[in-house]
Design a binder for this molecule. Structure first.
Ligand SMILES: *Cc1c(COP(=O)(O)O)cnc(C)c1O
Length: 356
């Protein structure tokens, strides 16, 4: 008789709940930090042409040379920095952990933060340690320094801005952490387009710093393209655990084309930042909400009876993210992605009714 899953599948994997993606058909979708804008029709036409002529019978360029050159240019990467591409930055987190997960090796981050840090650590059998953020979601630098000393983590992850809280941590605190870390520090700049602050230009200052970006939050979530920048000394080892051809022909072609229209993506980000300001003011003016400042394309806010408000929003056709119950520090918290002006108005109207 064949064995049961209990005898074969690792305990920590059986204990996981599958990542739940809610059905959003027909909804105002403000739950996943996507850019609400598509590319203009002429650019989409050009993409259609590129796809029609793509050699999908062939494996992709394994080194993705043309795309990397365009990315270097678009992202203002230092010339001597090395670059690895991933199937989204999620895959880069996985590559980092696979390459460093020696017996008892640890990854360290803050709490609450991006849930994939903890999940991927579990997939890779890496110990995961997290240091609570302060009540205003700023870094507790002293506790971080103590944790570095105590746990000697191989990897430190800092999302800058942080998800789901939306804030940028203090740059000097991050600098102290990088200097004190015994291993690599990965600054995850998934929301860079909305923050305008970066450690990318500071790679040369620290020999243990890596900077991660993604195109997902800037209008290309469906492509799945993330990148990791840093010193060759580190990245050439990380690159060995990358599966060959992890970035497909179509992703390479479309990303290259989209990046030629970088000013369009930048304009979209500027509109989203302006809407963030408007949404923040409108949310703050509502009775019974507590709004956290955001440098990302989403806003975290607290309200009494968050699960009821979440359901009432959903009934009115608006999907946000309910964080209540995910972490004690997020009790009563909902997270709304900044949408188009029209979507934001619909959200605000639905929220007004839901809070009433
Ligand atoms: C969304 C997000 C990512 C994941 O991005 P993908 O490139 O889509 O895999 C990484 N880090 C943070 C902090 C995020 O919020």
């Amino acid at each position: 008789m064949a064995s049961k899953p209990e005898a074969i599948i690792r305990d920590e994997i059986r204990a996981l709940a599958a990542y739940h993606v809610p059905d959003s058909s027909g909804m105002v979708k403000l739950d996943a930090m996507e850019n609400p804008y598509r590319l203009p029709a002429d650019v989409r036409g050009r993409i259609a042409e590129l796809v029609a002529n793509a050699q999908i019978n062939r494996y992709p360029d394994a080194a993705a040379g043309a795309l990397k050159a365009r990315l270097r240019d678009a992202l203002g990467m230092p010339e001597d920095a090395e670059l690895i591409l991933g199937n989204g930055s999620d895959e880069l987190i996985q590559m980092l952990m696979m390459a460093t997960a020696r017996a008892n090796a640890k990854a360290l981050s803050v709490d609450p933060t991006f849930v994939m840090f903890r999940l991927i650590a579990s997939y890779c059998r890496m110990d995961y340690v997290s240091v609570p953020l302060q009540a205003d979601f700023s870094l507790d630098t002293e506790r971080m320094l103590i944790a570095l000393e105590k746990h000697r983590p191989a990897l430190v992850f800092l999302a800058y801005p942080n998800n789901p809280t939306g804030n940028l941590f203090d740059a000097e605190s991050i600098e102290r952490i990088i200097r004190a870390a015994p291993g690599l520090v990965v600054v995850d700049e998934a929301y860079h387009a909305f923050a305008g602050r970066t450690f990318m230009t500071r790679l040369a200052e620290f020999d243990n710093l890596l900077v991660m970006r993604t195109l997902s939050k800037s209008g290309l979530a469906g492509l799945r393209l993330g990148l990791l920048a840093g010193a060759r000394e580190w990245l050439h080892h990380i690159d060995k655990v990358r599966l060959p051809y992890n970035v497909g022909v179509l992703t390479q072609l479309v990303a290259e084309e989209a990046l030629q229209h970088r000013s369009l993506l930048d304009q979209q980000a500027a509109v989203i930042r302006a809407e963030r300001t408007r949404l923040d003011a409108a949310l703050s003016a509502m009775p019974g909400t507590n709004v956290y400042p955001s440098d990302a394309n989403f806003i975290l806010f607290r309200t009494a009876a968050a699960p009821r408000v979440f359901d009432a929003l959903k009934q009115r056709g608006v999907l946000v993210k309910n964080l209540h119950g995910s972490h004690p520090a997020l009790d009563g918290c909902l997270r709304v992605t900044v949408g188009t002006p029209d979507e934001n108005d619909r959200f605000l109207a639905a929220l007004g009714e839901s809070l009433a």
